[in-house]
Each structure stands twice: as C-alpha cells, then as structure tokens.
Design a protein around this ligand. Structure first.
Ligand code: SF4
Length: 250
C-alpha cells in the first residue's frame, strides 16, 4: 500500500478513532470491522487468499512492510510537531518501565490471571478429547466447539490485559492527570469482558456432559473471584466507554 492510500484511509470518516485500542482483537467475530481502520488496513494488505494465512511467509513479510510504513509516518509526524522520537525513550524511562513490569508481574491480579491461563492449558491437555467423546447434543443447541473457541481465545488475553491495566495504574498514579480517560480502566474493562465471556463459555459445558463437572465449577469460581478482584481494583472500569463499542447515554 502506498502512502497516499494510507493517508486517504486514515482520513476516512467511517473509521472510529481508537476503536481498536480496547477491543478483543477477535476480528473474525467483531461487529465493528466496517469502522476499524486497523481491520481495513489488514484486509487491503492480505486480501489475496494466499497471503491471508497467518502462517504464510508472505504475511510476515508484508507485516514488516506495514511496520516500516508506520514508523516512517511516525517520524515525519514527529518532525512536523518538533518531537525527536529518538530521544523520547530515555534510559531512565526504560528503566522505570522495566521496574513497573516487574512490579506488575508480582501483583496478585496478574499472578491470578496467569494461573488461569495455565488452568485452561491443563484442562484442555488432559480432558478435552475425553470430554468431547462424552459430550451429547445439547438440547438448547449451544455449540460446544464455539465455547472451546471462546475459552481458547481469551486464555492468554485476560492475563495480558490485566497486566496492562495494573501496569497502567502504577504509571497513572505517578503521572495522574484527571483530564484524560484512564487507559488502565479501558484495559481492565476489556479484561472483564473477556472474563465474563469465558465464564459464559465454561457454563456451556454442563449442557453437554457432567464429566469433570467439579473441576469446571472450580474454574468458573476462580474466574468469578478474579472478576470481582479486577472490579474492586478498577472501580471505574465497567463504566469506561470504549470507542465504537459502548453507548454513551445522554
Ligand atoms: S475493533 Fe474489531 S476489527 Fe478492529 S482490531 Fe478490534 S476486533 Fe479487529
């Protein structure tokens, strides 16, 4: 894609600014692809079926071209606004970012979210095929494969977003500026949505079989406690308005 095309797309009013900042990155299931610049860029880039596959070498080559284009645009924008991007990431900033990362990793929420990722991994490794064999057709037509897919999609996403929220909160506590919406609340909100959906997906299992019912209940209960802890740590997260996804009631 050439620069003119990129700039033209960026100026298109159908795109909602920042819509991709607090989404779950599940473009296949996203109801707002029409309004997402990120999605349009990828669609244009990978419209050839051969290059759509993430495992295709061309994907990664094209992805690095996109990165280069973005960096060029960023540098030019920096010059225009008199910002030297090379000096922005000073040694002390990097050090404090590393310190925040370490502190966030030790945070109880991050450790719990990470434990959940492992719980899912263990469950699927040890029980998925046996559960599938034991599963019967659910009366209400709930799709087991879709439930698996939802759990797998959010398995690591929850930990990543909780970590981002916790780290963001640490930074915001130092540089607090009330004029801006809080990124940490936005990250916590999408983590909460992912937790809600994962709980819903786990709750589909008993519709198919009672096998491993106790373990499934334990996992749901763990997620529910994680949800409550995230809500307590980020009391404004649920009311955070995600561009393009949450309605503003006036
Ligand atoms: S907003 Fe939707 S289409 Fe855009 S990146 Fe997020 S999930 Fe994908």
């Amino acid at each position: 894609m050439n620069r003119d095309r990129l700039e033209k797309l960026a100026a298109d009013e159908r795109f909602i600014p920042g819509i991709y900042n607090y989404c779950d990155r599940w473009c296949e299931r996203c109801p707002q692809t029409l309004h997402c610049l990120n999605f349009s860029l990828l669609e244009e880039k990978f419209s050839d079926p051969e290059t759509r596959d993430i495992r295709n070498e061309a994907f990664w080559r094209k992805l690095s071209e996109t990165l280069q284009e973005a960096l060029d645009l960023l540098r030019e924008a920096g010059k225009k606004w008199g910002i030297d991007l090379e000096t922005l990431d000073s040694g002390s900033d990097t050090e404090s970012m590393r310190a925040n990362d370490k502190a966030a990793e030790k945070h109880v929420l991050c450790r719990a979210a990470k434990s959940y990722s492992k719980m899912v991994e263990d469950w699927f490794r040890e029980r998925e095929s046996l559960f599938f064999e034991a599963a019967t057709v659910a009366n209400d037509g709930v799709n087991l494969e879709e439930a698996f897919e939802v759990i797998r999609w959010y398995q690591y996403f929850i930990a990543a977003k909780v970590m981002r929220a916790v780290r963001g909160k640490m930074e915001e506590e130092v540089e607090r500026c009330d004029e801006f919406v809080s990124d940490s609340d936005g990250s916590a909100k999408i983590a909460l949505i992912a937790i809600d959906r994962s709980i819903g997906a786990w709750a589909v299992f008993p519709h198919y079989s009672n096998l491993y019912a106790e373990r499934i209940l334990e996992i749901i209960s763990f997620l529910d406690r994680l949800r409550q802890a995230v809500e307590e740590t980020f009391p404004k997260a649920r009311s955070f308005i995600r561009p393009g996804f949450d309605r503003i009631d006036v």
